[in-house]
Design a protein around this ligand. Structure first.
Ligand SMILES: [Ca+2]
Ligand SMILES: [Ca+2]
Length: 367
């Protein structure tokens, strides 16, 4: 009896569901409309121009921060020569002049690193200690770095100038807790956090000249150590373009800067291409090997000022003269397989920019 009632209830529910309700009818109509719509057009994919580089818009001008002004040690207050003005009425007994109290202790001669030590976590205020450090190579353990300094919760800064060659350098730090490295005001290592001993490194292509190097150190607690050094990378690998820069207009002498660059696409304006290079009267060469799908390519170039483009040692574009950069140079070549590309550039005065790019125009070579 109970089962019969359940069966009856189920049948009633089923039939109720099968009854076309207004909502169901609407749904069916909607589905019909959708089904009768014409099929979406199929989009043929864009022809792939591999291995063309992606045409990213010109990068915003990098900021070239000026090298930080070195903070000179405060000059010891000179004891002024005592030249009391003796008026005829003055007596020698009342003419005693107190020499001024020196306002700071003289800084020792800095021949290596200028080390500044702070009894706080953010290098704030006047350093508790300034001294010459022959090397940034310390393991203080649980002790203070100097008398009058706390064993925990201190910071330090070492600064010096040093000569570098036109090469890529690897900067190393082995540190507990944190460190930051600045070269010419550029932050290369930012490891400002609590940590046990650990290694941090940064690679940087240096302009051949003197540079300011600044190492900051942070000790929260526990052990305290830092060792900092650098080495020249003898055989750097240029993944993209090998870029070389000269501080003259004719690419003469050894380059002042050699580094990898992703593209030949710069608008330097009136700025130098890198700190340490001049903003005017410089030159550059970009070279790379690239593999091209077979076909005809159009090459484009803009330059302010002069530009030469070589493909497999053959001069393909020669515009070695001052220019405002408005003239778009175009030349066409049949390319297949690996080719060597070389772009040379010079900047005379005022604005400076260069852009080189290409497009595959056809898979069929032209005659
Ligand atoms: Ca520590
Ligand atoms: Ca110019």
């Amino acid at each position: 009896m109970k089962r019969a009632a359940m069966t009856l209830l189920a049948m009633l529910l089923l039939s109720a569901c099968m009854l076309p309700t207004p909502e169901t009818a609407t749904t069916v109509v909607k589905e019909t409309v959708v089904l009768t719509q014409p099929p979406l057009p199929t989009y043929t994919p864009y022809p792939t121009y591999t291995p063309l580089p992606t045409y990213t818009p010109p990068a915003p001008l990098p900021t070239y921060p000026l090298p930080p002004t070195p903070t000179l040690p405060p000059l010891p207050a000179d004891t002024p020569a005592l030249t009391p003005v003796v008026s005829p009425s003055a007596t020698l007994a009342t003419g005693t002049v107190e020499p001024p109290t020196p306002t700071s202790t003289p800084t020792p001669a800095i021949t290596d690193w200028r080390g500044e030590y702070y009894g706080n976590l953010d290098l704030s205020g006047s350093p508790a200690l300034v001294r010459n450090d022959p090397a940034v190579d310390f393991n203080w353990g649980d002790t203070a770095p100097a008398a009058g300094m706390p064993a925990d919760g201190f910071t330090a800064r070492w600064t010096r100038d040093a000569e570098f060659e036109a090469a890529t350098y690897r900067f190393h730090a082995w540190v507990d807790d944190g460190t930051r490295l600045w070269v010419d005001g550029n932050l290369l290592i930012n490891a400002w956090y609590e940590s046990g001993p650990h290694a941090v490194t940064a690679d940087y292509a240096m302009v051949r000249r003197r540079h300011s190097v600044e190492v900051e150190y942070l000790e929260y607690g526990g052990g305290a150590q830092i060792r900092f050094w650098w080495e020249e990378i003898k055989s750097p690998f240029y993944l993209d373009w090998k870029a070389e820069y000269w501080p003259n207009r004719d690419l003469s002498g050894p380059p002042a800067l050699v580094r990898n660059e992703k593209q030949v696409d710069y608008s330097w304006g009136t700025y130098a291409p890198a700190p340490g290079l001049p903003p005017d009267n410089f030159s550059a060469r970009w070279s790379r090997k690239m593999r091209f799908e077979s076909g005809r390519y159009d090459f484009y170039a803009l330059a302010d000022d002069g530009i030469l483009v070589y493909v497999d040692d053959a001069l393909s574009l020669g515009a070695w003269h001052d220019s405002s950069g408005d003239e778009e140079h175009v030349f066409s070549l049949n390319m297949s397989g690996e080719h060597e590309l070389v772009v040379e550039f010079y900047e005379h005065t005022e604005q400076a920019m260069i852009r080189v790019w290409w497009k595959k125009m056809s898979s069929l070579p032209f005659k």
